[in-house]
Write a protein that binds this ligand. Structure first.
Ligand code: ADP
Ligand code: MG
Length: 312
């Protein structure tokens, strides 16, 4: 690399997202040092994005950086955690300064927006891949886990589903493209849901598959009413209602929260999230048994060729 590794880190990866109240030492030493607030647990999650697998070849580096951070922040949101900071392991085919400047700009913008500073990482040469590890905090014992749902709990999602998948069908549609490149980590919703939800996760591989994770971890089944699924007008216009609904069930890359709420807390939850400007929709319920049953408006089962994205 023409650009020395240490110059590269200093120029493009120092000061991203500011200082951070819980970070005693950031980029530059052998480790970062954290001072998490007393009584807090740390929530940690890693996601890797590989060129040609998780994002298109030769895409805009500024958008890519934002997406890499946002999909990780979505995991913190799903646990009800608040961002503390993140690590970045970057594998680059070359030290392209134009590419690095744009990537660094996109990263700084979203790290600042979500109050999640870059604390350290690793830089290596190879096929383009981006690994982000986010660290968040939450009051000890308050995390939203997948396994806490009870039979009869109501099942909800935030936002709208299927938009990112729709962007593959209609690449020129601006709203859908934005939903793929700039998913909204539902951090405020996740934080509020600590008071209400019995289980939660973020929908990354398709609702039908991911709702199945809540069901399995909770030792239950779940029933999803397909005609309740929240669809954006842009998705219905672009794909038609039938395909839009299919994308909402199995498309993936939504980064919305799916969560269960005991019936006695549902009204208070809906009021709290509405007051915070976080739209939620009830899509079904947890039921005795196992697996995910999707039904149409007549209550007839819908058969899906696939429930979501499979990596292997
Ligand atoms: P070491 O060889 O001790 O692992 P490195 O040379 O890999 O150290 O990294 C030097 C410093 O730069 C460390 O503080 C590390 O966290 C940081 N760093 C390396 N790559 C990145 C990156 N892509 N983004 C942020 N910090 C990085
Ligand atoms: Mg290293």
């Amino acid at each position: 690399m023409a650009l020395h590794e240490f110059d590269l880190i200093r120029r493009f990866f120092t000061g991203i997202g500011g200082a951070g109240p819980d970070i005693a030492l950031g980029v530059g030493d052998d480790c970062a040092l954290l001072d998490p607030p007393p009584g807090c647990q740390l929530a940690i999650s890693t996601d890797t994005l590989v060129e040609g697998v998780h994002f298109p070849v030769a895409c805009d580096p500024e958008a890519l950086a934002g997406r890499a951070l946002r999909v990780n922040l979505s995991d913190l949101a799903a646990m009800g955690a608040e961002p503390l900071g993140f690590q970045l392991a970057l594998t680059l085919p070359s030290a392209d300064e134009v590419w690095l400047a744009a990537f660094s700009r996109g990263l700084a913008r979203d790290a600042g927006l979500f109050g999640c500073p870059l604390m350290g990482g690793d830089t290596t040469r190879g096929p383009l891949a981006i690994t982000v590890t986010v660290i968040g905090t939450l009051p000890a014992g308050a995390a939203l886990r997948r396994g806490g749902a009870g039979a009869g709990d109501l099942l909800y999602v935030t936002g709208t589903l299927g938009d990112a998948r729709g962007a593959l069908d209609v690449p020129g549609e601006a709203h859908l493209a934005a939903r793929y490149w700039r998913p909204e980590p539902r951090l405020a919703a996740g934080r509020l849901l600590r008071q209400f939800a019995s289980a939660a996760l973020d929908v990354s591989d398709g609702l039908a598959q991911d709702a199945g994770h809540i069901a399995a971890a909770s030792g239950l089944g779940c029933r999803i009413e397909a005609d309740r699924l929240p669809l954006s007008a842009a998705l219905v216009d672009a794909c038609g209602r039938a395909l839009a609904s299919r994308h909402a069930l199995t498309g993936g890359d939504d980064y919305e929260l799916c969560f269960s709420v005991p019936p006695g807390k549902a009204e208070a939850m809906e009021a709290a999230l509405a007051a915070a400007g976080e739209p939620v929709t009830r899509i079904g319920a947890m039921v005795p048994g196992a697996g995910v049953l999707c039904v149409d408006g007549q209550g007839e089962p819908i058969t899906l060729e696939r429930s979501g994205y499979a990596h292997f």
